[in-house]
Design a protein around this ligand. Structure first.
Ligand code: NDP
Length: 248
């Protein structure tokens, strides 16, 4: 049996690319989704066609009880999680902070920060050697919006991602003695459905050429870095952040 990889928001975009590449690298894969059942089932089928075991598991990552049920389901179906990608996320429409409504701000903090902290907590409790676990590796999806401060329409999203950076660096140190590595990735402009949720038309086309490398990135390019960080090749890397942003 292979190691077990769980990816939140595995139904599309960067999460789905992590599931596909994880399978090719020998993991059995649990594909979490919230609303995209058909897409998650399609990713599950692709993982199985690479010869690995797979599970599509529904859970809203903001719901602690649902997250515990998801982890129980993955353990029962595939075994304990060895590698966890905290990826599920949303973005708000691009707008100055003064024009945003409080409910919109609370929602983005709940999904893009609180849920990541709670998911990391739940996973670490099961991985920790001091609690009978077998250790593991975690990658958190932050964003270049954290280092660029989200200025220009994405301040709450940038603030949430800045929180993920602190979560990663703090937990990486705290959990190292328990055999758990925790690292973060800060993707730049990546071509996924999320671009449409910003309300900025043709965002990839307009901003891609301004990236030093001359274009936006792909979900697959981000997944390569995620899988490296999860692997034993990164055995001495923890509590740190990598930019996957074409030099932005
Ligand atoms: P997508 O919009 O393409 O996909 C988002 C995924 O998150 C979907 O699978 C969706 O599931 C899932 N999701 C959203 N809310 C929840 C929830 N409450 N519970 C469970 N799953 C949920 O996003 P990307 O692939 O582009 O982004 C992935 C991560 O990378 C995010 O954290 C994002 O902030 C980050 N990122 C993306 C960048 C980009 O340019 N695209 C740049 C920097 C960071 P479903 O459809 O099933 O509901």
């Amino acid at each position: 049996m292979g190691k077990v990889l769980l990816v939140t928001g595995g139904s599309r975009g960067i999460g789905a690319a992590c599931c596909r590449l994880g399978a090719r690298e020998g993991y059995d894969v649990a594909v979490n989704y919230k609303g995209g059942k058909d897409k998650a089932e399609a990713v599950r089928a692709e993982v199985e066609s690479s010869g690995r075991r797979a599970l599509a598991v529904r859970a809203d990552v903001t719901d602690e009880a649902a997250v515990e049920r998801m982890l129980d389901e993955v353990e029962a179906g595939l075994g304990p999680v060895d590698a966890f990608v905290s990826n599920a996320g949303i973005i708000h429409a691009s707008r100055p902070l003064m024009d945003m409504n409080p409910a919109e701000i609370r929602k983005v903090i709940e999904v893009d920060l609180t849920a990541h902290i709670l998911c990391n907590r739940a996973v670490v409790r099961r991985m920790a050697r001091s609690k009978g676990g077998r250790g593991g590796a975690i990658v958190n999806l932050s964003s270049m919006a954290a280092s660029l401060y989200g200025a220009g329409g994405f301040v709450p999203y940038g603030a949430a991602k800045g929180g993920i950076d602190v979560l990663t660096m703090g937990l990486g140190r705290e959990a190292a003695g328990d055999g758990i590595r925790v690292n973060g990735l800060r993707p730049g402009l990546i071509d996924t459905d999320m671009q449409n949720d910003t309300g900025v038309e043709r965002r990839m086309e307009r901003f891609g050429p301004g990236v030093p490398i001359g274009r936006g990135g792909t979900a697959e390019e981000v997944a390569e870095c995620v899988l490296w960080l999860l692997s034993d090749k990164a055995s001495y890397v923890t509590g740190t952040l990598f930019d996957v942003s074409g030099g932005r």
